[in-house]
Every structure is written in C-alpha cells, then in structure tokens.
Design a protein around this ligand. Structure first.
Ligand SMILES: Nc1ncnc2c1ncn2[C@@H]1O[C@H](COP(=O)(O)OP(=O)(O)OP(=O)(O)O)[C@@H](O)[C@H]1O
Ligand SMILES: [Mg+2]
Length: 465
C-alpha cells in the first residue's frame, strides 16, 4: 500500500553515514577524552555504511569488526555506548553479559538479546511507517469523526436503500457536513464529547512474560489467544481533539502493511543491528561458576554462536546474526580478555583501552559536556528561583577532592563526582524553596568548608562520598 522501502532506507543512510570524524565530534559533546575508544566505534559505525555500498556478493563476505572496550570503572564505556545509540538509526540494544549468569537464566536465553533487538526494530519501523502515513490517517480520522457527529444516512431516509454514496446525499446534508468540518478545523467543537470505538493494543502480556525467560511460550500464547479472541473494541467518551488523535492512530495502524514492516525491521537488524555487550569481563574466566549461577564459560559458549553468526528464532521469524556488530565493554581488572575462551577472543579483533580519568578530566567533565553536572544542578535549582554560580577555583576544588577520595578509597571514576556534588549542595538543595530570588556563589572556600570534615575522616568518606 505504501511504498516505503526506498525512501526509508535512504533516511537511514543519511543518519548513519556520519563520517568517523563527525561521530567523534558528536561523542565529544558528552564524553571527555577517551579518544581512542571514540575513534574505534566511529570506524566500526562507518564500516557498516561502507559495507552497504558494496556489491551484494562481496557484502556477504565482510564480517563486522567487533570491539572490546577495556577500562576501569566509571570512565565512560557505557556512556559512549549510550551516546552512540542515539547517533545511529540502526537497531541498537545494550545488554549486560553478566545477567546471563544469574539464577533463572538457562543457556539459550542469551538469544533473547536478539529477540529484543528485533522487537525494538519492529517498533522503530512501525513508528516510522505510521509517521509517514500521518497525513492520510488524519484525513481519514476527520471523516470518521464527521460520521460520528453526523451520520451519513439521515434518520428517516428511504428504506430499502442500503447505502448512499456521499455525492448522492441531499445537497443540504453535504453542506452541513462541510460546515461541520469547518467548525471542527477551527477548533469550535473542541469542548464537545463523542463516543469512539477504539481497539486497545494488547501490550501488557509481553511485559509479564518477557522477563521470566519464557519469551517463546509468550509468543505462542499470544498468537493463540489473539486468534481466539475477537478483536475487542472499547467505547470511550472523549473530547473531540483526543477523539481525532485516537482515530488517527487507529487509521495509521490500518494503513501500514505490517508484514512488510516486519520484513524491513528484520532486514535492518541483520544488516545494521548493533549489540552492546556490557560487563563482558564478568563472564570471563574459565572456572565453573560457583553455586547456582550458570557458569561463566557456559555463557561465553552461548554467546559464541550469536557473535559468530547463526540463526535465532524470533516471533517474527528467523534472524541471522552474521552481520550484527557487537561492541563489548568491561573493566577487566580481575580478569583479562585473554581469559575469554579463545573462539570468543577471535570474534573481537579490536581492543581499545580507556584511560583512568585525571584531575583535569574531572574539571572538564564537571563543566563541559552538554549534560555536565554543574549545568544540571544550576538548572535544577533555577526552578526554585535560585541562581547558583561556581567559581573556577571551586570547580577545581571539587575535582581535586573527588580525585583524592578516589585515590584513597576505591576508584570509581567519574561517578565520584556525583557523590561529591550531591554532598556539596545538600544544604542548598534542602533550603532552596525558602531561598527564592537569591544568588549564590560557590567558592573554593565554600567547597572546602562543606566537605572538609568528610574528606578528613577516611572512614566517614568511605560511607558518604
Ligand atoms: N569521560 C567521561 N566524560 C564525561 N562523563 C563521564 C566520563 N566518564 C564517565 N563519565 C560519567 O560517569 C558516569 C559513569 O560512566 P560509565 O557508565 O560510562 O562508566 P563505565 O566506564 O561503563 O564503568 P563500569 O565499568 O563500572 O560500567 C556516566 O554517567 C558519565 O556521566
Ligand atoms: Mg558500564
């Protein structure tokens, strides 16, 4: 019905054809330093695009160059993945490898990451399709609403005549309809209520089952139940604008060709999908898992076919994983990448190291990124009518303290900044509503005063900072 393939793939190419340099620039807006890691993921992303430009036979041959990001905790590994996800239109999912060692997970559930990725892709495509048919859906919704407001067959029409095309309507009726349309468009009817029939989408089931590792059962159940139960419609009384919206949604769903959307969604997963495997170090090590946990090596064995390329069955059909890009990350301080089973090591040819953050990095992290902590606090307190400014020295002092505490107790990287800042602004945060209209300057002295006690007392800082 709608010819969307070309157009949409074109759109995707536009978003995914950022050059490596452009990707790095985007990542730079949120992540300080870690240049090597940014370059690696930028190249990987570009390689997807390059592969798409190849003739088909060659395209099949090019395997993705999977990456492992190695670095201490809290230095930006997960953050890079999160930002990358927003940069790309490719289906992207982030999973913790360690979760598959938990009780309740059995071997093949590692495949659920692919099922989730497909689900996500299907939703993405559906949203895009619905967006594309928005205009038509809205027009149809308007007609349906006019039908509701003013049934086409006027009461007392001649019996025996089943239906009357609009054009045959008495001119008077048609004029009324147009008048009504005008009122509707002018928003003059916005206050009125109408009854609309809506088909609720049966979403909740997915939620209930999908966490229990029963996906398969869930989709069979759903298919069975879905075909047994008649399409329920629910009558709701809503105001006109909401009615229009509901009807438009329904029309949009009807306008898109769901089978075609699913095909496209699977195609995108197979060709452009990205899986971010966080905490890979937690499944490294070859000893059998202690206790009831699934052994780590077991998880690696389950990961292997997926990373190497295999078919995973999903409720939308089989999905090949050969060309899905895997980006793994882990601190690898207790274990090393060489503790992974050899087959898996071979599937991650690119290793990049993220560096521990310096005091200067902390200063920059506090102030520079688009979502910098100090900006966040300033905006939060502004909602209370409070103006908070930090002097340069104060920022350096916060960075210094965070760095020292990391040094002395445990190094948790940039996460330390969160605890230090929270402590620093605790009092202001509490009193803010009573301080409306004030302007507060945070100086280095203020920082030292607020944090001195905690910093001095090592045991205390272990708990508080
Ligand atoms: N280089 C950085 N630039 C800006 N912010 C950073 C940087 N590194 C860490 N952060 C901040 O610290 C927080 C924790 O970082 P992140 O989640 O990336 O850690 P990680 O490297 O994945 O650590 P872990 O090994 O514990 O998972 C993030 O929310 C981010 O805001
Ligand atoms: Mg992380």
């Amino acid at each position: 019905m709608t010819d969307y393939d070309d157009e949409d793939l074109g759109q995707e190419a536009a978003a995914d054809s950022l050059t490596p340099r452009e990707v790095v620039v985007e990542l730079d807006r949120y992540i300080v330093g870690q240049h090597e890691a940014k370059r690696a993921v930028a190249i990987a992303l570009r390689n997807r695009w390059r592969r798409q430009q190849l003739p088909e036979d060659l395209r099949e041959e090019v395997a993705p160059k999977n990456i492992i990001m190695i670095g201490p905790t809290g230095v930006g590994k997960t953050e890079i993945a999160r930002r990358l996800a927003r940069l790309t239109d490719s289906p992207f999912i982030k999973v913790e490898a360690s979760k598959y060692t938990e009780v309740g997970y059995v071997g093949r559930d590692v495949e659920s990451m692919i099922r989730d990725l497909v689900e996500l892709s299907v939703n993405m495509v559906k949203d895009q399709e619905q967006e594309a048919v928005q205009n038509r859906a809205q027009m149809m919704a308007e007609e349906r609403l006019l039908d509701i407001l003013m049934p086409r067959l006027p009461e007392g029409a001649q019996e025996g005549e089943e239906e009357m095309p609009v054009s045959d309507l008495a001119p008077a009726a048609s004029r009324t309809r147009e008048k009504l349309r005008q009122l509707l468009r002018d928003g003059k009817l916005d206050e009125r209520y109408v009854d609309v029939d809506v088909t609720p989408r049966s979403q909740p089931m997915v939620e209930i089952f999908s966490n229990a590792g029963l996906e398969e059962m869930e989709f069979n159940l759903r298919d069975v139940l879905g075909s047994l139960m008649p399409q329920r419609t629910k009558k709701r009384k809503v105001q006109i604008p909401e009615a229009l919206e509901l009807l438009a949604q329904e029309e949009a769903q009807r306008l898109i060709d769901i089978d075609k959307a699913i095909d496209l969604a699977i195609e995108r997963v197979e060709q452009n999908g990205i899986v971010f495997l966080d905490e890979l170090d937690k499944v490294a090590g070859r000893e059998a898992g202690a206790g009831p946990d699934v052994s780590r090596e077991g998880v690696q064995r389950d990961l292997l076919p997926i990373v190497e390329g295999s078919s995973v069955s999903t409720k939308y059909g089989m999905v090949r994983t050969d060309h899905i890009l895997f980006i793994a990350a882990g601190a690898f301080h207790a274990t090393k990448p060489s503790d992974l089973i050899p087959e898996l090591q071979g599937r991650f040819p690119i290793r990049v190291e993220l560096k521990a953050l310096t005091r200067e990095d902390f200063v920059r992290i506090l102030t520079e990124p688009q979502n910098a902590l100090i900006k966040q606090y300033r905006e939060l307190l502004r909602t209370e009518g409070l103006e908070v400014v930090f002097t340069t020295e104060a920022v350096h002092e916060v960075a210094r303290i965070a760095y020292d505490v990391n040094d002395r107790s445990e190094n948790i990287g940039a996460r330390r900044l969160y605890t230090v800042m929270e402590r620093l602004l605790e009092e202001i945060s509490f009193n803010a509503p009573e301080m409306t209209g004030q302007k507060i300057k945070i100086t280095a002295t203020y920082v030292r005063e607020k944090l001195a006690d905690v910093v001095k007392d090592h045991d205390l800082s272990r708990y508080i900072l």
